[in-house]
Design a protein around this ligand. Sequence first.
Ligand SMILES: Nc1ncnc2c1ncn2[C@@H]1O[C@H](COP(=O)(O)OP(=O)(O)OP(=O)(O)O)[C@@H](O)[C@H]1O
Ligand SMILES: O=C(O)[C@H](O)CO
Length: 487
Amino acid sequence: MSLINEIRLIYKAAVDAVRPGFLVNQAIKYSDNVVHIQGELELAVDRNCHVIGFGKAVLAMALQIDKIIGQHIVKGVISIPHGVAAQYSLPDQFLNRYTIYEGAVNNIPDEGSLKATKEIENMVANLKNDDLLFVLVSGGGSALLASPAEDLSLDEKKKTINLLSKSGANIQELNSVRKKLSRIKGGKLAQLSYPATTIALILSDVIGDPLDVIASGPTVKNKDPANIGLDIIQKYQLGNQLPTRVVECLSSPTTSNLDDTTFSHVHNFLIGSNLSALQAAEAYANQTGFTTAILSDRINGEAKEIGLQFARLARLFAQMMTMSNDQHEKMEELSVTAENLHIDPRYCCTLERLVRSCRNVRKNLCLIGGGETTVSVRGEGLGGRNQEMVLSYLVETAVEACSDELDIVFLSAGTDGIDGPTAAAGAFSCQSQFALAQAQGLNPRTYLDNNDSYNFFNLLQQGKYHLITGPSGTNVMDIHVLCFYWK
Ligand SMILES: Nc1ncnc2c1ncn2[C@@H]1O[C@H](COP(=O)(O)OP(=O)(O)OP(=O)(O)O)[C@@H](O)[C@H]1O
Ligand SMILES: O=C(O)[C@H](O)CO
């Protein structure tokens, strides 16, 4: 099998492990009218069960819940992105129980999100004491669950989030503002469902898996300070550009009128994360004979810079694997690169031991990382954060050949199968690529400078180094795989 195809299978193992249906099945076991959730909670389900969901992955989650306890579900309402329903064949009994709304084109809340949220609010507000509510949550949920606070309009909210997003606000900041401007985010959905037992199953698309941030934490107590919204708009100097009513709403002192006891009916479960995907990738790579290491599940920063750091790591590891002399100097370099890649510096000694063992017994090495980078798009080209990272890696590794004794292959790809506004999930890089590009008259640096990574990989060897999978129906951010094979 080609090296690229081997890595393709490692990626596939990662994505398969975080498919929503699989994760729900893993989290919920059913027997004799009782569900056991992650081995932590047991609940009788021979009562009226309701399901709500919002996010890119929740249709598949709902289908699986329905397979497990469909006979107990009286009603479900889910809010999913446009076009997702058509990708599934939905059984009649599912369609009879569920109302499915599609909305949030380009991840921006719209009429579809508003309608879905209204129906969710109505349903949840009418729950009785002994009803059971399942809440399915995944990335994209913030835009799919939209209920503007007080008398704000959707346009005012959208304008605020757009301005913040363009100013470079991170997801924590965006969602803190979203919580202040919402009637349902930041734990307020849980307030509405009280006192019905509420079980949230959450698939994380945020670094560090902060439950209060994922989809703006509708079932999680909001711990943001009261003035956070104003602080954020001041930080980005947006005060003058925002509608007056938004500024008034952000200035209101309340974060949440919920005390801890009000959350006693809520149980939040993280059912999948980037780390789950990385662990599955590692297990698969191990089975296929690699020595493996998970570097970090928190890799973030500018994609171009992270690509460069991976190139440094590749060069460093290649040297450490093939040279037998003293490696003290290399360790210093390793700890600097590791820090830049958000790898725990204490882990460097373990990595050094792994490299040494690979050198001694000539075993192949597979390093796995994950997280989510950003791209400040300044060029006119087409690309995504993963393809940009790989192109930057290629530009950097091309400066000097990494090793004569090793083949080194790098992949970066989104677990959702979609990298930015392109048809690819990500791209591969290997040592021969620079020469191949030159032979075709393609200058990687020019494409990188123009943020045109998609077109570079599309033209190079007729797209041979693109990873194209189609949408995977899940999203736990991105995965990076760096493999060293003895020739
Ligand atoms: N030409 C380009 N080159 C590189 N990256 C780009 C380009 N155009 C847009 N992007 C990046 O693509 C991202 C937007 O794509 P996408 O809609 O997949 O992001 P997202 O909604 O944050 O993704 P996800 O759903 O995977 O979290 C942004 O991070 C943006 O910087
Ligand atoms: O919906 C959202 O808020 C983002 O995808 C983070 O979860």
